[in-house]
Design a protein around this ligand. Structure first.
Ligand code: NAD
Length: 276
């Protein structure tokens, strides 16, 4: 079933799963989709249809099974948004932001393939381009699922900045994973579009925990955002659009919606030329 354009109530509505549906951007996305008549299967630690801790293998497995059962084996869309940011412990950030997304994307893929024209939005971050000194070795270790190497790199960095580095690295890794997968037979070949929305500073509990932290507060509050900070609705609007057939030509795209921080800080770094 093809998900109808947001605001268009004619015809069948879709069933969309959202991880991180209880708060912030996920909750705003849920509200917009429900207002348009879609059925939402929320996944979160609380206040959701599917209660699961995406920090653990067991939680991720049970979330996949529960969603597959609730959607009857065919899922029209998935928004992968559960996340943690600094000052949460670095190891939890890596587990939720990378493995909590990757395991659900992979686990729900058969249900997405069973619905025709499914669409998936991964919530990335502009931390992928504006966090300095993220070691390539950490990104590689995450993509290789090498937890021993992940721990070794993070231990080397040490507290308190391991948390910010884990955030940037986990978001680079999941974004890269999505771009690698989006163009394959398993994804676009099954008529599933996989794209990434990369928000910047959005006023949510995740960012506010950073603002309130004695170490991170001075950094997050001073981050330049040319438009001023965004709201959860500012991002939910883009996510819900990406779920519609109107966005069908987007595949493996990473769309930065960050009030200009990336354009200001990394102005000429991309697009960049390359040689063959
Ligand atoms: P939020 O804290 O309001 O929402 C995050 C949700 O994820 C919460 O409901 C939380 O309970 C859930 N979650 C966290 N750990 C979980 C776990 N172990 N198992 C299940 N659910 C868990 O934050 P938000 O800002 O709305 O974040 C949504 C997404 O947007 C995240 O992926 C975040 O990294 C990303 N993001 C946010 C910002 C920002 O400035 N707010 C910027 C860039 C990217």
């Amino acid at each position: 079933m093809m998900m109808r354009k947001t605001g268009d109530h004619e015809g069948p509505m879709g069933t969309i799963a959202i991880s991180g549906s209880a708060s912030g951007i996920g909750a705003a996305t849920r509200a917009m989709l429900e207002a348009d008549g879609h059925t939402v299967i929320g996944i979160d630690l609380r206040d959701a249809e599917v209660i699961a801790d995406l920090c653990t293998d067991e939680g991720r497995r049970s979330a996949v099974a529960d969603v597959a059962q609730r959607c009857g084996g065919a899922l029209d869309g998935f928004v992968s948004g559960a996340g943690l940011g600094p000052p949460a412990p670095a190891a939890s950030i890596t587990e939720v932001n990378y493995f909590g997304s990757q395991n659900l994307l992979e686990g729900l893929r058969p249900a997405l393939a069973a619905a025709s024209g499914a669409s998936v939005v991964q919530i990335g971050s502009n931390s992928t381009t504006i966090t300095p000194n993220v070691p390539d070795a950490l990104v590689e270790a995450i993509l290789d699922e090498d937890r021993r190497a992940i721990t070794a790199v993070l231990d080397d960095i040490g507290e308190p900045f391991d948390s910010a580095i884990a955030y940037g690295a986990s978001k680079i890794a999941i974004t890269r994973w999505c771009r690698r997968q989006a163009v394959t037979d398993e994804w676009v070949g099954q008529d599933i579009r996989l794209n990434v929305i990369a928000p910047g500073a959005v006023q949510t509990p995740l960012l506010e925990r950073g603002d309130d932290d004695p170490v991170y507060g001075p950094l997050t509050t001073q981050l330049p955002v040319p438009t001023g900070r965004g709201t959860p609705d500012d991002i939910a609007t883009w996510i819900t659009f990406m779920l519609t057939p109107a966005a069908r030509f987007a595949c493996g795209s990473v769309v930065f919606v960050d009030g200009g921080s990336d354009a200001l800080i990394r102005t000429d770094d991309w697009p960049s030329t390359f040689s063959t």
